[in-house]
Design a protein around this ligand. Structure first.
Ligand code: GDP
Ligand code: K
Length: 272
């Protein structure tokens, strides 16, 4: 039997627990993440000749490592390296829920976008799935965790993703590209277990965990360069670099949503 390790990521209230149950039949091993009282749930399912192990990550909006939940999710993806990460997204609020998906793609995760709450957008929002898949470089599936629709397709995409090469993902950061390039150049002189562009962006965002990691390796000069570039950017453009990076991501997401979804009738936003 071939084993596939999959992690479920998603915003709180995206329906992640419902999808976990729909995939695994609700049989879960429940414990805690090491050192903290945050609950960890693992379950399994069989599909064709695959044994799939599903780990439910804490619900998060971001992966900044400022909260324990975000840190758990991101450490799991970076260190445990699951074969596949399913990003459960609330399809009634794509602008918000695609942000986490973009972060997962930047992190290099073999991500699948699960547009959940599919029943709530039926006949109301039309999604060009194929176009969105091409643009994001990842499979897109529509599910309804409550009704159980799309779950088999999601299983199919999970096992298919196991043997797939992850497509490159790159947002054009515009004015920030120059600083990213400088940092990437600097990083090319060092051996680090992360994608250089990804790490460059994280350092320019001021990510405390990566800064700490580089400092502990004695690479203080990389951190200093990142801080200098952030300062230079702020002096030149008059606003802070971390905010600028976040805005670029939302600009990218906004363009995707405009291009590949179409409102055909009003939807009642889910109250959560
Ligand atoms: P989590 O916080 O992401 O784990 O979300 P839950 O699985 O607890 O779901 C949040 C709420 O949305 C619950 O009331 C679910 O019953 C509901 N829900 C989950 N999936 C769907 C879906 O596909 N369609 C609809 N209409 N409701 C859903
Ligand atoms: K699909």
């Amino acid at each position: 039997k071939k084993v596939v390790k999959v992690a479920l990521a998603g915003n709180p209230n995206s329906g992640k627990s419902t999808i976990f149950n729909a995939l695994t039949g609700g049989h879960a091993h429940v414990g805690n993440w090491p050192g903290v009282t945050v609950e960890r749930k693992d379950g399994t399912f069989r599909y064709r000749d695959y044994e799939v192990i599903v780990t439910d990550l804490p619900g998060t909006y971001s992966l900044t490592a400022f909260s324990i939940d975000e840190r758990i999710a991101r450490d799991f993806i970076l260190k445990e390296k699951p074969d596949v990460v399913v990003c459960v997204a609330d399809a009634t609020n794509l602008l918000r829920s695609l942000y986490l998906f973009v972060l997962l793609r930047e992190l290099g995760a073999n991500a699948i976008l699960d547009l959940n709450m599919g029943d709530l957008i039926e006949g109301k929002i039309k999604v060009d799935i194929e176009g969105m898949e091409k643009a994001l470089g990842a499979p897109v599936v529509i599910t309804s965790g409550i009704k159980g629709t799309g779950i088999n397709e999601l299983k199919e995409e999970i096992v298919k993703a196991k043997d797939r090469e992850v497509a490159p993902f790159r947002i054009n950061y515009g004015d920030i590209e120059e600083a990213i390039r400088k940092l990437e150049d600097k990083l090319s002189g060092y051996s680090l277990p992360y994608d250089k562009r990804f790490l460059a962006i994280k350092l320019l965002e001021g990510d405390p965990i990566f800064k700490e990691e580089l400092r502990s390796l004695g690479y203080e000069e990389i951190v200093e360069l990142a801080e200098k570039e952030a300062l230079t950017f702020e002096q030149k453009f008059g606003y802070d670099l971390e905010t600028a990076i976040i805005e670029k991501r939302y600009g990218y997401i906004d363009a995707i949503v405009r291009k590949y979804t179409q409102r055909i009738a009003p939807i009642e936003e889910k109250l959560s």
